[in-house]
Design a protein around this ligand. Structure first.
Ligand SMILES: [Zn+2]
Length: 541
């Protein structure tokens, strides 16, 4: 194990080797260039696939990596946008997301289903022999649909039985050479201390969960920042370091489940993120950790230690960071808990808190860390709001009960919206009136909230022609001032017409049938509070 005590740099330009190679074809025929890696820390989730760049353009042919059958076809305005799921005999499912369009027979399935259900939101499942696919078949073309923020292919490799995403690189996905060594830029503490990778000033912490490791991993110089594959931490006697074989804490990003992807918020040191805006990796887990953590842990008690941290990237490059740490606490919440149980076995208790006319209640295991909940109501800002503290990752929806003032209009009771914000994102939830006159919002957030309402319908107007799915389309702007668009339907010359709503750009795209010259549109749109509009427009070419 002596290798870990020198700074280990793998050879420059190390080629990536799969553990097993199950791919007969790569999903796109371009020199691999990553925009995102498996398991990267994102807000509220681990990145479940690999993002392959497509030279900034849409329309790159996308191929099935192995033979199999079409298992699922999805068309959504957000999320994966247009996506295909293919089931393979190896027991895996490949997922191709943010597509621009599907191959003809799959596109026809979409049109048929959309016509049948009079809906544009499609989620179709198929049986084994419905649509066979050969390895290398072009199943569609890469795009930028759904919540994608630039043209790329999001590729996923899942265990078909559990639907757990796996690291595709371990199964045959080529991601090209990694010519930049990983860099441990700094070690931060919750209290605001910052040291370099090899440090001599003692880090002072109350809990092992206070430490956050700032890493820069890139495939090419100035390229996108990527995640890492694993991290291990050894916590040893300061006078006798470098003896212990097994790390005290370690995790490896091989697979995770969608049920614990929320664990990414606790995998990251969120106090450092909210203060400095940087995502750092924790060396020690919090309760309800994602199943990527390896060992069964005991948490070293107060004392002075030598801490060694080793990280490994997807391409197998390693680097080490080390220095002295003083853990010195007698009354931190983690410390109090660890007197009776391991932090990992700890169950966060149920509870409730109230201020002004808002009561928040939660069930067991809603939080990943111990806390003393606080709430204040403040009118200091333009919009009066409630501020809950301390900032904490939430794993379940909390119940927000708001008691409206006596003169609150009856018509608004189904149109009341709770808007929440924490350092990891914004959430908007439409409330449900309860029998005792309150309005209930279920929101997976602990942070700042305020109440608003929305009784105005979405807005629509025609903007012109655009290229969509490699052909001409009419484009309408469609948006709501406060909420998301929940539903939209288009009739053209009195018949059902399939359309795609690109929610992030607020574009409603309607393919043009070249034989028609007069277009009589009737567009229905509805927001999440069920405010709706029917918009009509006649266009003559
Ligand atoms: Zn992605």
């Amino acid at each position: 194990m002596a290798f870990r005590f020198i700074i280990v740099f793998a050879l420059l330009s190390k080629a990536l080797l799969a553990q097993v190679d199950l791919f007969d074809y790569q999903p796109i025929d371009l020199k691999p260039n990553l925009a995102g890696s498996f398991g990267e820390l994102r807000n509220h989730h681990f990145h479940s696939g690999v993002d392959l760049r497509t030279k900034g353009k849409v329309g790159q042919p996308v191929r099935s990596v192995q033979e199999g059958y079409l298992k699922r076809l999805v068309v959504k305005q957000g999320g994966f946008g247009m996506a295909l799921y293919i089931s393979h005999p190896s027991g895996h499912t490949s997922v191709y997301a943010h597509l621009d369009r599907f191959q003809k027979s799959f596109h026809d399935l979409l049109l048929k289903q959309s016509f049948k259900t009079k809906s544009n939101l499609i989620d179709l499942y198929f049986k084994k022999d419905d649509y066979r696919i050969n390895a290398g078949d072009t199943i569609g073309w890469s795009g930028n649909s759904g919540s994608s923020s630039g043209p790329h292919l999001h590729f996923e490799w899942r265990d078909s039985k559990t639907q757990e995403p796996l690291n595709p690189v371990d199964y045959g996905l080529e991601i090209g050479s990694d010519i930049v060594n990983p860099n441990i830029i700094a070690i931060h503490t919750k209290a605001g201390q910052r040291v370099n990778s090899i440090w001599t000033d003692t880090l002072i912490i109350a809990d092992w969960q206070d430490i956050g490791v700032e890493i820069l991993e890139q495939q090419i110089p100035k390229g996108p920042k990527l995640g890492i594959k694993s991290m291990s931490a050894w916590i040893e006697d300061i006078n006798e370091p470098n003896r212990q074989e097994d790390p005290d804490f370690s995790w490896e990003m091989e697979r995770f489940s969608f049920s614990d992807t929320r664990g990414s918020d606790g995998h990251m040191q969120h106090d450092i993120h909210s203060k400095l805006g940087i995502r750092t990796y924790r060396i020690a887990p919090v309760s309800q950790p994602a199943k990527i953590w390896k060992n069964s842990y005991s948490f070293p008690e107060n004392g002075i230690y030598e801490l060694t941290i080793m990280i490994e990237t997807m391409s197998g490059q390693k680097t080490v960071s080390k220095g002295p740490v003083l853990k010195n606490s007698s009354n931190s919440l983690w410390e109090i808990i660890s007197k009776t149980s391991s932090p990992l076995d700890w169950t966060s208790p149920n509870g409730e808190i109230e201020a002004r006319n808002l009561k928040i209640s939660w069930s067991e295991n809603s939080f990943m860390e111990p806390m003393k909940p606080k709430i204040v109501y403040t009118t200091a800002s333009k919009k009066p709001k409630w501020i809950c503290s301390p900032d904490l990752p939430v794993t379940k929806s909390l119940n927000y009960f708001w008691t409206p003032p006596l003169d609150y209009p009856k018509t608004l009771r189904h149109k009341t919206v709770l808007i929440g914000r924490d350092p990891r994102g914004i959430s908007k939830v439409v409330g449900r009136p309860t029998e005792d006159g309150k309005i209930l919002f279920k929101m997976k957030l602990w942070g700042e909230t305020y109440v608003s309402s929305d009784n105005s319908p979405p807005k629509i107007y025609f903007i012109g022609k655009k290229i969509f799915q490699n052909q001409e389309a009419f484009c309408f702007k469609l948006y709501d001032e406060l909420l998301d668009i929940k539903n939209y339907r288009v009739k053209l010359n009195n018949s059902w017409q399939w359309a795609y709503f690109d929610a992030k750009n607020k574009n409603l795209l309607i393919p043009i049938n070249s034989k028609i010259k007069i277009f009589n549109f009737e567009i229905f749109a509805e927001d999440e509070a069920l405010n709706n509009i029917t918009f009509r427009q006649l266009i003559q070419l």
